[in-house]
Design a protein around this ligand. Sequence first.
Ligand code: TEU
Length: 544
Amino acid sequence: MKDFQDKTVYQIYTKSFMDSNGDGLGDIRGVIERLDYLKDLGVDYIWLTPFFKSPLNDNGYDVSDYRAIDPIFGTMEDVEELIAEADKRGLNLMFDMVFNHTSTEHEWFQKALAGDKKYQDYYIFWDGTPDTPPTNWVSKFGGSAWEWAPQVGKWYLHLFDKTQADLNWDNPQVREEVKDILRFWRGKGVKGFRFDVVNLISKPAVFEDDDAGDGRRFYTDGPHVHEYLKELTADTGLNDLLTVGEMSSTSLDNCVRYTNPEEKELSMVFSFHHLKVDYKDGDKWALKEPDLKELTELLTTWQTQMQESGGWVANFWCNHDQPRAVSRFGSDTKYWKESAKMLATCAHLLRGTPYIYQGEEIGQTNAGFDSIEDYRDVESLNYFNILQQNGTSEEDALEILRQRSRDNGRTPMQWDASPGAGFTTGTPWIAPPANYKTINVQAEIQDPDSILNYYKRLIALRHENPVISRGDIEFLYADVPGVLAYRRTLGDKQLTVLNNFTDKGISLDLPDPAAVQTKVLGNYDDSAVEDGRFTLRPFETVVY
Ligand code: TEU
């Protein structure tokens, strides 16, 4: 397996990145227009969220044809041009493959509904009566994970929206279909794939009620998942492509197996435990301040054990399903710039491959919507109702969405201060936060101290210093609350990274003075060393 340790990946949420034709929706030609920006930023790989044919109930994660482009995003010619233009600039494209489920509008599902037994076996249909679903499993978007299909008198499983029917990976024909799709895109010059919720593809042999939970323990990291991933990689020659699996509610042990090169499964994984430290009792829809102790402990454990077992992670704070990290773990007011730079440094210098989510590099914040009318996401709209049905007031439900909605990460890329934020000349499908007038690419390009220019240095640093891409990691100051500090070592090269996750100053004993002689990067001008002690200022990050 090829490794991708010295690479940086940039994620584009296609619908919100750049609109080339004024219809208010981001599109492929818009991405082409901004390739020079990404080249200048210095990233190596670009992951685009799905733009395949889709009814767009889940913004493209409900695919109805994996080999066709949805007209709102453009045409096959546009995609081919994008691949060629990226290639010219030495940029590699990664496509987002959603193979746990298809849209119910997919031809396979339509044939299944029409009674075709071959295609019924592509999905998870269950005989029964319309009054009782086969199990009590809960959909990730709320409600039952089963939907009754009156056309065939059967239930079908959908772990997400009812228009996203789960595929039956135990059927070898399904696996062959998936491989063919991968070969198709590979043949067009795609250099990597992100696999959506790929650790949910293997369902248990027996379907039973979950008395202790929502069902996830039966299908998460399921019985044949490793076998199926090995088969996929071997049969489509994915070994030299960058592959990243999105792992929902996964375990460390499984992530080692997914990514240890000897297993020949995937290059790296996303896991989400560190992004649940502000869930009250594990509930995304119950608010709590981030538990910094839990956060630093989780990162420390995962980093250390992945290193010991030869696994490899994708490091990230943001994506299209998450609120903006600067609003969540940093400060989107007083220490906006400092905290955005600190979070970036922390993630980019850990052991693993860093991912930047569009707008993160300019410090984009949560949406700050006041009205339910502003929201678009199916999950947010469902939970707005569910919360109120369970007794939460409308006002509180809105406050929960303001902090938790996936739409916080889906507002348009803020290119400039013009109406439409430079994203569109029309009406954006979702509004940008009011701060686009000051937080935007155009403003930051000109400011040498901007978050954007800081990101450029950080990305370049990885290319220049193998200690960042290949060094070992050990953690420092583990007992100091609010601090995540670590040392990277490769041969005689050492890098010491100190991060303050709080808005208070923190005083530390000086570590090995030799290790802190040369400052490489930081978000405060002067030095943090005073009278033999470090004082880490609010959200300070410093790299020696
Ligand atoms: O997300 C998987 C997933 O389980 C979560 O990120 C989910 O949205 C969240 O935890 C619910 O609280 C992937 C995609 O990234 C997401 O956009 C899709 O909606 C989902 O799969 C279905 O394809």
